[in-house]
Design a protein around this ligand. Sequence first.
Ligand SMILES: [Zn+2]
Length: 392
Amino acid sequence: MTSLSASAHIDPSPGGILNLVRSGASASRADIARAAGLAPSTVTARVEALISNGYLREAGPGTSSGGRRPKHLEVDPDAGVALGVDLGAHHASFGLFDMGGTLLAERHLDMDIADGPQKILAWIAAEADAMVRESAGNGQQLRGIGLGLPGPVESPGGRLVSPSRMPGWNGVDAAAMLSVLAGVPALAENDANLMALGEQVSLAEDVDHLVFVKAGSSIGCGIIASGRLFHGHRGMAGDISHVSVPNAPQTLCSCGRIGCLDAVAGGAAIVASLRRAGVDVADTGEVLRLAEDGHPLATQTLRDAGTRTGGVLATIVNFFNPQRLVLGGNLSEADAFVAGVRSAIYTECLPLATDHLEIAVTRAKALGGTIGAAQLMLDHLFDTRVINESLA
Ligand SMILES: [Zn+2]
């Protein structure tokens, strides 16, 4: 007989129990026994093993449903620290987190990705070392580094594949290099993917179907499907930069094609378009300031970029039916850009796709990429199979 269960499968192994506590789904031994369908004595034995191996600790009384107040469990924050790094073309953000996912310290520094992988990754390893020495507790060890990269990252594999504006990085396995330089495990992922992950963990409610759009100097996108980061077959899922925009200006893209979304709606394209019209702007930040001051052409150019981005996203909303569409990157700070995205989506999508769709500006903001990068590493360190093998 086939039996179908409405609830998600709960892994009753010690690693599964650790992740139940980590996710916030279960906070006491009684919760775990109920969720995993285990005898209380089995739960007690598995929790004791997780506590004595430094994965969990008691955290005082939880809420009682009558009778004895249950002891509250949490991930032991003293089991080490994990670093999340988000690299842009000219900027790097670092976030140091304890094993429970609490931010301990952050740094935002200028750099130049064109300096190449050897120099940049050695610099990251040195910054990681300094941050752990200055901000982690006594004797706390760095357990791993998650790294966000502003280009396509192959999955599985982790190699950068033909990234634009990243000279010297093509074919580089940045995680493997960083792991050697820093002496700890490292994982690399496309930055927009990590921002999607960072946004998901920053939301108070569970969102299982989320599209995150990073609209900065270029436009990227990451997808959470059924609660997990979605890579597609080779890691290219969500890469909307080079989707062709109908009726757009015939602008040459960095990929060599004409009229890609990146070339007609990214921040660099907006700056170039305003300069051609005689407006003297150096970067996207200046365009945003002009729009805030009510500059008509800057405002119109931002709205047009939003409408073109929204047109591409409308296809994705119709196809993927997300619960939440999140706009991040500095263009999301411009009301005109966000208004353009919204109007295109509501014009072009079916009502069933938009009735319950939340279109929102990022909550994780500038730290989203580092939160996602650290989460990537914590998920790896707390992988159920790895935990079970370490306890066997
Ligand atoms: Zn292109």
